[in-house]
Structure formats: structure tokens, C-alpha cells
Design a protein around this ligand. Structure first.
Ligand code: 8GT
Ligand code: MG
Length: 131
């Protein structure tokens, strides 16, 4: 049986050494863990467009500038994901959870104190090494 493989646009929203994170709801895949906002890239959609759409839908911001940061392939067993992670360096609007999810701005230095899905470990490590 072939496993589902999902291409995900993920946004690291950064402002003055703080990063905006939200909590996945319990019923979602990897529920109850913190995440960088984002979601699935739809058929025929570019990653940049998917990122812009998801960030507007989930956390209320309009992305003006983003740049590729890293790509992570991870197999959860029940699901295989390809996280296409982008740094969001310019946006407008106040970041807030539009889907009832808990959100917070967290210092880069404190990112490792939050519980993220396993696939995110590499993102936290790279962010703390570079910023
Ligand atoms: N958005 C996001 N998804 C992540 C992260 N890390 C990670 O493993 N994922 C996985 O990526 C997959 C897709 O993301 P998603 O659930 O946000 O997709 P979506 O917004 O389109 O929502 P939906 O599932 O309700 O349609 C999930 O299986 C999720 O567990 C992360 O930091 N951010
Ligand atoms: Mg999502």
C-alpha cells in the first residue's frame, strides 16, 4: 500500500528575534503540539501561494516577502510529510489564531522548550544556530 505523502508549506514568521507559533488542535494529526503555521499545498498551486493562503486563513497575516529556509522529509508511519519551510520576513496584519488555536510569540532562544512534532526538530536547531 502506498502511504499518503503530503507537501506542506510552513511559515516561520519572525519579528525581532521572536517567532509566531500556534498549537495544533487535539483532533488533528500531531495534535496538541506546537507548530509553525501552514498547510497543504493544493494541486497546481505554488508553495509561495499556498504559504500566503494558509497564513492568511490561519493566522490573519498577509505575507509580502518570504524566502526558502529548508526542506524536511519525515515519515510518521501513518503519514509521510515534506515540509517546505519558508522564512516570512515581511508581512502586514496582526498575527492571531483565526481558527480558535492557541498562539504565542516565542524567543528564538526558547523554541526548544516547546513540544513540536518530531519533523520540526531540524527547524528548531537551524533557527537557533542562525539567529
Ligand atoms: N503546518 C504545519 N504542519 C506540520 C508542522 N510539522 C509537521 O510535522 N506538520 C505536519 O504537516 C501536515 C500538514 O499540515 P496541516 O495539518 O497544517 O495541513 P492543513 O493546514 O492543510 O490542514 P488540514 O489537515 O486541516 O487540511 C500535518 O500532518 C502535520 O502534522 C508544522 O510545523 N506546521
Ligand atoms: Mg495547517
Amino acid at each position: 500500500m502506498t502511504k499518503k505523502r503530503v507537501h506542506v508549506a510552513v511559515g516561520v514568521i519572525m519579528q525581532q528575534r521572536k517567532i509566531f507559533v500556534s498549537k495544533r488542535s487535539e483532533h488533528q494529526h500531531q495534535g496538541g503540539l506546537w507548530e509553525f503555521p501552514g498547510g497543504k499545498v493544493e494541486l497546481g498551486e505554488s508553495v509561495t501561494d499556498a504559504l500566503k493562503r494558509e497564513l492568511q486563513e490561519e493566522v490573519n497575516i498577509v505575507t509580502h516577502k518570504s524566502q526558502p529556509f529548508m526542506l524536511i522529509e519525515h515519515d510518521y508511519g501513518d503519514k509521510q510529510v515534506c515540509l517546505d519551510i519558508h522564512l516570512v520576513t515581511d508581512f502586514s496584519g496582526e498575527a492571531k489564531g483565526l481558527e480558535g488555536q492557541q498562539c504565542q510569540w516565542v524567543e528564538v532562544d526558547k523554541l526548544h522548550t516547546l513540544d513540536f512534532p518530531a519533523a520540526n526538530q531540524g527547524i528548531v536547531t537551524k533557527l537557533q544556530a542562525e539567529f
